[in-house]
Design a protein around this ligand. Structure first.
Ligand SMILES: [Zn+2]
Ligand SMILES: [Zn+2]
Length: 353
């Protein structure tokens, strides 16, 4: 069946941030960060947090229609189910024809971040021969780690190789913007195009999420509106420029009261370093709303919620600072890029236990 309705929409596959499962002894309400942008039959994926394959299935999306995977940055909460998407996904992509799925994300960091001033002795890095792989090497390495399984399937069962189904490449930062992973991870810059097909044009900008670098926000422009996805970032003018007059901004948010409840009473260096990271690399609920307002976004949805177990009231504070349409999506909610399309679009997929 072909979907001739090209009204673009976002499906919030996973809405929690952070390298956690956010379990509390109950069924987990928010799975890891992942967002689908659907235009007609085609869809695009931004980030591959925990549970992304399950959520794609629950949303009724078919991997045969997946055109591109875009990774904002290489923190594990955004990449942890990339391997399962490619390995399990192979069985849902048998009928797929045409070009491979584009997989784009940050390139090699190029150097390790500076050692925390709180370190008593310099920690030993993982994989010192390639300690900061980019997207293309990461994907190759993930598939290599599954070689025993994949080669059985490829050689004995004549299944396709994920290396043929996905085309991984690193996003190249334009020359001359003054980017440096440690000294200038977020220079002021104009958004630049990273992908285009007949349905979408994707632009990116550098956002502020030290020490990880590069870290990107993405904007998808379609004939029926635009959606901008912040990735993980502290407030930065680059984000406001990327989101200028966008129809829908999905912005990350963290509850700093939660951060204080975890770390305020801890005095060990690891806890202090973790607390520092949250303040310099993430955005409060109210700041996310102010950014949306300054950018002139017509709709704001908060996602990448940390913690993934907070009461809704924590996030609804954003509505005080934003005059446009505010959404607090659950996993599997559907948000049309233009709110007038909400009346004519498909009914929400909202599905609550
Ligand atoms: Zn994250
Ligand atoms: Zn991150």
């Amino acid at each position: 069946m072909t979907n001739r309705d090209l009204t673009p929409r976002v499906i919030t596959l996973g809405t929690a941030g952070g390298p956690r499962w956010w379990g509390s002894g109950q069924p987990i309400r928010r799975s890891g960060i992942a967002t689908a942008i659907q235009v007609g039959d085609a869809f695009y994926l931004v980030d591959c947090g925990h549970g992304v394959g399950r959520r794609i299935n629950e949303a009724g999306l078919s991997l045969g229609n997946l055109r591109g995977v875009f990774l904002t940055h290489l923190h594990s909460d955004h990449t942890i189910d990339l391997a399962s998407l490619a390995v399990f996904g192979l069985y849902e992509m048998l009928e797929r024809t045409g070009s491979p799925v584009v997989l784009m994300g940050p390139g090699d960091r190029g150097m390790l971040p500076p050692v925390s001033p709180r370190a008593a002795v310099p920690p030993r890095p993982v994989a010192p021969e390639h300690p900061t792989p980019g997207t293309a090497r990461m994907f190759d390495t993930l598939m290599a780690a599954h070689a025993t399984d994949l080669n059985d399937r490829i050689i004995d069962s004549l299944r396709p190789s994920p290396l043929d189904l996905f085309a991984a490449r690193d996003i190249e930062i334009p020359e001359g913007v003054g980017y440096h992973p440690n000294d200038a991870p977020t220079p002021r810059m104009a958004p630049f195009e990273i992908y285009r097909d007949e349905l979408v044009t994707v632009t990116a900008t550098l956002v502020e999420h030290p020490p990880i670098a590069p870290a990107f926000g993405f904007r998808f422009e379609t004939a029926g509106g635009s959606v901008t996805i912040s990735g993980d970032t502290a407030p930065t003018p680059n984000m406001i420029e990327l989101a200028r007059d966008t129809d829908l901004l999905l912005h990350e948010a963290i509850d700093f009261d939660f951060v204080e409840s975890i770390y305020a009473h801890r005095t060990d260096d690891g806890s202090r370093a973790s607390r520092d990271h949250h303040y310099k690399s993430h955005t409060s609920v109210r700041d996310a709303a102010r950014i949306a307002a300054r950018a002139g976004a017509r709709q704001l949805a908060l996602h990448h919620l940390v913690p993934g177990t907070a009461d809704d009231d924590v996030w609804r504070a954003a509505a005080d600072e934003f005059d446009g349409l505010f959404h607090l999506p659950d996993d599997l909610d559907v948000i049309p890029l233009r709110d007038e399309d909400a009346l004519v679009g498909s009914p929400p997929l909202r599905r609550r236990a």
